[in-house]
Write a protein of this length. Structure first.
Length: 385
């Protein structure tokens, strides 16, 4: 097992009716900005419930944060906070709203142009406004980690950052809030959480059986509850298990002490920035090709994945790996998430255009060993068509 330093200060408040706990979680004298996405939080009553729990506190709203939160929109929130002297942020939504809130929290008093946060991947953040979250979409795990991904439309860039200063103080998780989500968002959430686990698990062995077994349990849970969440939208136990699994997939625990990949995500970010695909759609497209073309570097863990997650334990090594990759692709497809660029109307000119963006953003040595160069990225993209 590798050396690690694990720290996670986020308080999780889980269960039915937990939004009411905001009355104790948010400081009584806070001047609060509630950040959210589209109109669903308003239509389904969640915003009203949040504001009721906040009571007599000064509360303002900022809506319109996109599914891929944009720098341009978020800077409007920064200006509002500075103008109104607000001092506590509350994200109400899914991972995109929480990601955007993390950026806003860091940007308000950042001493340079806030885009510098993304250019330096958050390494120079010295402080951030305190913030919490009310999660309405299980997917990204942003509710219990310090990472974020922000897009800048004007330059077609989508870049990540993280900082010890950008953990939520708390996150409220009420599975009932997911009952009215469209099937596409639930399916995307399952895929997103699944690939989060894969990025931390499917690398190379370092004798970390606790992390491995934990990761395998999360993957098996997603395989079990993902289809159920689509079939029975208002099954509380199913949605509760999906929500908690997605949080556990990226709260740092299964990634402690093990190598991590994230190449699928880095390539996926470029696809979203250029073509507008949902984040999870890009992951479903890239991962099967990635695993196939990097099978030698990942052989030991691929065989472990085949046996422990998919119960594939007969046949040659390559046959078992082939079967595990095929089962992974079929799982994504069974959720209604397509797995080829051509399924989204993206043509054969895409790999070259995407490679140029990868190079521009310094994504030229990806993977757990940092040995995935642009030539290999090209092969992955071409195999994803």
């Amino acid at each position: 097992m590798l050396n690690f330093d694990y720290y996670n200060p986020t308080q999780i408040v889980f269960g039915k009716g937990s939004v009411a706990r905001l009355s104790q979680l948010v400081p009584a004298d806070a001047r609060v900005l509630v950040l959210y996405g589209g109109g669903s939080a308003e239509r389904n009553g969640t915003l009203a419930e949040v504001e009721e729990a906040l009571g007599e506190r000064t509360v303002q709203r900022f809506g319109g944060i996109e599914p891929n939160p944009s720098y341009e929109t978020l800077m409007e929130a920064v200006a509002l906070i500075r103008r109104e002297k607000l001092d506590f942020l509350l994200a109400v939504g899914g991972g995109s709203v929480i990601d955007g809130t993390k950026f806003v929290a860091a940007a308000v008093y950042y001493p340079r142009d806030p885009w510098h946060i993304l250019e330096t991947f958050g390494t120079e953040i010295a402080s951030a406004l305190p913030f919490g979250a009310v999660l309405t979409l299980p997917a990204t795990g942003s509710e219990m980690n310090n990472g974020s991904v922000i897009s800048r439309k004007s330059i077609q860039a989508k870049l990540p950052f993280s900082s010890p200063h950008t953990f939520p103080r708390f996150s409220v998780l009420d599975p009932v809030k997911t009952f009215t989500l469209p099937p596409r968002q639930i399916a995307n959430g399952v895929v997103d959480a699944f690939v989060h686990v894969i990025e931390q698990y499917l690398t190379y062995p370092v004798n970390a059986p606790v992390q491995d077994r934990y990761a395998e349990g999360l993957l098996q849970t997603l395989i079990e509850v993902g289809p159920q969440a689509l079939a029975v939208p208002e099954d509380y136990d199913v949605r509760a298990n999906l929500m908690w699994t997605a949080t556990q997939a990226l709260n740092g625990l299964i990634g402690a002490g093990v190598p991590q990949d994230w190449a699928t995500h880095m390539i996926g970010h470029e696809i979203t920035a250029m073509f507008g695909l949902d984040h999870a759609q890009t992951l479903a497209v890239v991962l099967p090709a990635m695993l196939d073309l990097r099978r030698e570097a990942k052989r030991d863990k691929l065989l472990q994945y085949a046996a422990r997650v998919w119960n594939i334990d007969t046949g040659s090594d390559d046959a078992r790996i082939d079967a595990a990759i095929a089962r992974t692709r079929a799982f994504f497809e069974s959720l209604g998430v397509k797995t080829r660029l051509s399924d989204y109307g993206i043509g054969t000119d895409a790999p070259q255009r995407l490679l140029a963006q990868l190079e521009t953003h310094g994504m030229t040595a990806l993977g757990e060993r940092r040995d995935m160069d642009l030539a290999l990225s090209r092969r992955v993209l071409e195999a994803s068509l």
